[in-house]
Design a protein around this ligand. Sequence first.
Ligand SMILES: [Zn+2]
Ligand SMILES: [Zn+2]
Length: 743
Amino acid sequence: MTVTTWDELLVGEELAYLTTEPAREPRTAAVPDDLRPELREALARRGIDALYAHQAESYAAARSGRNVIVTTGTASGKTLAFNLPVLDALAADRHARALYLYPTKALAQDQARSLGELGVAGVRAAIYDGDTPTERRRQIRGWANLVLTNPDMLHIGVLPRHDLWGDFLHNLRFVVVDEAHVYRGVFGSHVANVLRRLRRLARIYGAEPQFLLASATIANADGLARALTGEEATVVEDDAAPRAERTVALWNPPLLDAELGLRASALGEASRLLAALTGRGLRTICFAKSRKSAELIHRFASDRLDAATAARLAPYRAGYTPQQRREIERRLVEGDLLGVTSTDALELGIDIGDLDCAISVGFPGTVASLRQQWGRAGRRGHGLAILVASEDALDQYFMREPPALLERRVEAAILDHANPRVLDGHVAAAAFEAPVDEGDAETLGAEALERAPHVPELRHTPRGWVWAGKDAPAARVPLRSTSPDAFLVVDASTGDVLGLAERERAYSTVHEGAVYLHLGRQYLVRELDLGTRRALVEPFDGNWYTQAKKETETAIEEPLRVERRLGLELSFGRVSVTEQVVAYQKKAVADGSTLDTVALDLPPTTFDTEAVWFVPRPHQLEGLEAMPLLLSSLHAAEHSLIALLPLWAMCDRWDIGGLSTNLHLDTGAPTVFVYDGHAGGVGIAERGFVQFEGWVADTARLLEGCPCERGCPSCVQSPKCGNLNEFLDKAGALTLLRRMLAA
Ligand SMILES: [Zn+2]
Ligand SMILES: [Zn+2]
C-alpha cells in the first residue's frame, strides 16, 4: 500500500489539520534472567525472545514488591507487562493466587482466551462472573489460581461471601486492574471502595496483595492508582513499543451558514470518506456514537458504492458473541470485509484485527477513547486516522486547536471514594463482612471510620462497628449510581433492565416521551412510574431526540476553598441544587430543528453536590451590566466553560450542571456556578477549581475562534440547556473571560 492511495482524498476546505506521526523503532530489553523456565518456554513458543523496555520495567518493579500502573499507548503490550510478574509468581508457588478485574465480561473473556493461548504450565485461569453456573463456582474457587471477574461480582458475589474465598484471599498475591481509566466518576468512586474492602479482607486472611494496573494514557496515572487502591504505585509510562507511521487528519464538515454556525452533517462526511477509502481497497473501521448513526453511515456509504463493494461493508454491534466477533475479524483479515461501522462498544480494547484506516465520527468524549479507536489503524503498515468533527463545541475547538487534542496531556481520570453518598454503602458492606474498627482506617481509609456513626443499621460494639440489618447491604449499593433510590430503566418489550437513572437526573433523562440512549441504541420512554421508580421504555427508531426544559436553583451550603484567582473570588464548595423539569422539546436528528414542545408535570428534586463558582468584579462586567445582556453574557460563559471542562476532567458534559444568575441570593451579586451532576460530587468541580486558569483560557480561545456571528451549537449553545438556549450572548461572555485572563 502506498501513501498516495489516500492522499488525493485529504484535500479541500474540510481538511482542518493534517499531520504524520512518525514510525518509531522498538526499545527492547532481554527477557529477565530470573523468569521461571515455564514462562520462558511459553514466551519462546509465541516467538517472543525479547521484551519492550516498559514490560521489563514493570516486571522489575512488580518483582521488587511495588504496586505498578502501566500507561503506555494502545497495542503496546500492556497485557504482557502485568502478566509476566503474575504468571511468574503463580508458576513459582502453587499456592499463590491472582485476581484480574475487567470492566466488562467480554474483556474478561478475551483475556482468558489469550492466557489460555499463552499456555503457561501451572497457571489455572477461570472466569467467575454472573454467567458462571452455580455448580462450577465451587470448583473454580478451589481449583483456579487466576480468577477473572468484574467489579460488580467482586462487590456482591465475592466479598460478602469471603468465608467461601478464605483460601483464595489468604494466598492472594496480585490484583490486576486492567482498563483502569474506566474506573472514574461515579463508577470509579465505587470501585475504589470495593478495592479497599478487598484489601481489608485480604489483610484479615493474612495477605497484602500487590496491585498492578493498566490504563490508557492520562494526566494523573499516579493519582488514579492512589485514588483507586489507597496505595502508592510506580508509574511506567515510557512506551517502548514500535509504532508504524500514522497519518492523522482532522476533518470538519463544511460550513453551510457562517452566521448561524451551521455545518454539513458529520454522518454524511463520514460516509463519503468510508466509501472513498473502501472503494480504494483500504480496510476501514468507522466509529459512531450511536447505533442509529452507525447504521446511517453504513447505508449512506453503501449507496455511494457499486453493489459488489457495498456487499463488503458491514455494521458491527455491541452484544456479539466471541464467535461472531472472530468471524468478523476473520473476514476482515482475509479481505472479504473492507469496511465496518460500529458504535464505540468496540473501544474497550477488544481486538478485531489490523486495519488500514480508522474514522471517528464525533469526539468520543476522551482523548484516551479517541486514541484507542485510532489505534486500530495501521498497526502493521502506514495507517490513516481521521476525526470527523460534530458541531459540538469541544469537537470544533479541536479543529481549530489541534495541539490541544494531539499534544497536550491534561485529561485526568477523576474520582472521589470519600463522597458520603458512595462511601456509606461500602462502610455498611464492610461491617457486614467483618466488624470495622480503628485499625481498618489503614485499608478502608479514615473517612470510612468517620462515616460509620452516620450509617443506619450499624451498631457500635466492643469488636467495632457491626452490621445489625438483615440482608447483605452490598446488594443495595449499585456501583454506577450515587443514589440508592435510583430509577430502573426497563425495556418493556423484553423485561430486561437496561440501566439505572439516578433520582436527581431521572426526571430530565427518562421522563415520559424522552428518547433514551443505551449502548448506542435508542429507546422511547413510555412511562415513568414515580411510585415504583421505574422507567418503562421500548426500542425506538424515530428521527428525533429530546431535550428537557427545567428550572434550576442553587444554594451555597459551605464554601470549602476560596481563592483570589483571575482577578475575582473563586470558590469551591458544597451546594444544594433544586431542579424542576417543566417541559421537553422534540428535535430533529438531521438538523436539530424543534419539532414540538410538550409540557410535563413533575415534582422538583433537590440534591447536594460540589460546585465551583465565581463572582465577577464590577470592572470585569463594565458595559455588560444592563439586563438581559448581563444574564446572557454569564449564561454563555457558563455553557462554554461546561463544554470544555471534559478536556480537563474525564467526564461527559452530561455529568456537569450549571447555573448563572444576575443576582444570587447567597452572594448578593452576579454569579456563575458549575456543579457536579452527581449527588455528593465525584471530584469534577474540584478539578475545575484547581485548573481554573487553563480552563478559562481554553474557553476564551473557543469563543474567539468560532466563526459564527452571535453564538451557535459549536460555542455557546448547549444540547442540555434547561432554558433551551435562550439568553446567550457570545460577545459578552468573551469580554468577561478576556478581562479575567488579563487580571
Ligand atoms: Zn459559534
Ligand atoms: Zn443554559
